[in-house]
Design a binder for this molecule. Structure first.
Ligand code: AKB
Length: 312
């Protein structure tokens, strides 16, 4: 039976991943940690600042963890506003988590991102192995993180695994400080106000994925037979690629009065312009059977249905 420690557990991915892991592996076998306390504590929870390596080590040891899922990080737009903090937190937290995993021999997962690519990367059907010269602090952190995870695997035998997540869309916990967040906000605004002002320009394609597919990908990769993995850090995975007017058109099918206008944010637009239009997930499909259930149409039906109930 697994014993899993999760950092950043109250964030967009963590809040849903912890529930999924508890359902799969037993509620008592997942320790959720975050820098802040949740309003209601349900299951094992500890406050943990990922910069505090000693406490991280002690919590993992006391819990008898065999798996470390490290999610605590600043996203792209926030990192661009505060690059020094991003370097310290994203790299310092990752380094601490890798060290604890090495010392206690834990299986390790920490996500990379489409942000690990840059303007010189091939934009369409971006290959698994290609040029990675990102021009954002977040991207620099992600490439360095991928290399560091590979290093810990090759040098110390730590079982590090990872995916390059695209923008993740969910009705449960909103993302914070990302470039792809518009694709979540648009659903909330469509229901609450019947209109949305997009900070990303028309024609800007980015990869996206609905949260249930992202969570399943983490579980499938962590369960994969290691002998099948030629790559580790990190696998391209994507479910769909669209630009703002396409998601707006999909919403309009269900809310005919919905209108979208544009007020482009130069910082986030520049980040989006430096990322691929669409990435190639074939290595993940071949090596560990990556699959998705949701495309834009199916995701939109589910998002609007769930949000209508939530926001009522
Ligand atoms: C962001 O926009 O920063 C994230 C990501 C794609 O890594 N959602």
């Amino acid at each position: 039976m697994k014993r899993i420690l999760v950092t950043g557990a109250l964030g967009q991915i963590g809040s849903e991943l912890v529930e999924k892991l508890r359902n799969l592996y037993g509620r008592e076998n997942v320790l959720s940690t975050d820098i802040r306390k949740p309003e209601e504590i349900d299951g094992h929870f500890e406050v943990l600042d990922v910069m505090e390596s000693k406490r991280m080590y002690e919590l993992a040891k006391q819990f008898n963890a065999d798996t470390f899922i490290h999610l605590a990080a600043l996203l792209s737009a926030t990192a661009e506003k505060n690059p020094l903090l991003a370097w310290n937190l994203n790299m310092g937290g990752l380094m601490n988590a890798l060290e604890v995993s090495r010392e206690l021999n834990l299986q390790f997962f920490s996500p990379s991102s489409i942000g690990a690519f840059g303007p010189s990367t091939p934009k369409d059907n971006t290959p698994q192995d290609t040029l990675q010269r990102p021009t954002t602090m977040y991207g620099v952190n992600k490439v360095a993180g991928e290399l560091l995870c590979d290093y810990y695997f090759m040098r110390f035998g730590v079982d590090t695994r990872s995916v390059r997540f695209p923008g993740l869309i969910s009705y449960v916990t909103p993302p914070g400080g990302g470039t792809t967040d518009y694709a979540v906000e648009i659903y909330y605004k469509a229901i609450e106000e019947g209109q949305y002002t997009s900070y990303i320009a028309e024609g800007t394609y980015m990869d996206m994925m609905y949260m249930p597919d992202a969570l399943q990908a983490v579980v499938d990769l962590m369960e994969a037979d290691p002998s099948n993995l030629k790559h580790r850090n990190a696998f391209n995975i994507s479910a769909m690629s669209f630009e703002p007017s396409q998601i707006a058109a999909e919403i309009k099918k269900h809310i005919p009065t919905f209108e979208m206008t544009y007020e482009v944010d130069p910082v986030r637009q520049k980040i989006a312009d430096s990322w691929p239009n669409s990435i190639d997930s074939s290595a993940a499909i071949e090596e560990w059977g990556f699959k998705v259930e949701y495309d834009l149409e199916k995701m939109t039906v589910d998002m609007l249905g769930k949000l209508k109930t939530k926001l009522r």
